[in-house]
Design a protein. Structure first.
Length: 64
């Protein structure tokens, strides 16, 4: 039988609940960055490029 370490236990939290908490943490981080005036890293599927989006809506493509 395989040994389990502390990372194998989720304290009874389901995978769905962990996923929802992760999504909420990302949303909260983006809101904090917007309030502080910091850019958020995003990806443009059409252009296939990463970019920084500033709170004023401006986009700055990485490597451009």
């Amino acid at each position: 039988m395989a040994e389990k370490n502390e990372l194998d236990f989720t304290c009874g939290i389901s995978d769905e609940e962990l996923t929802e908490r992760f999504k909420a943490s990302i949303r909260i981080d983006e809101e904090i960055r917007r309030v502080k005036g910091l850019p958020t890293a995003r990806y443009d599927d059409k252009a296939k490029k990463a970019y920084l989006e500033y709170p004023d809506g401006r986009r700055e493509y990485v490597g451009a």
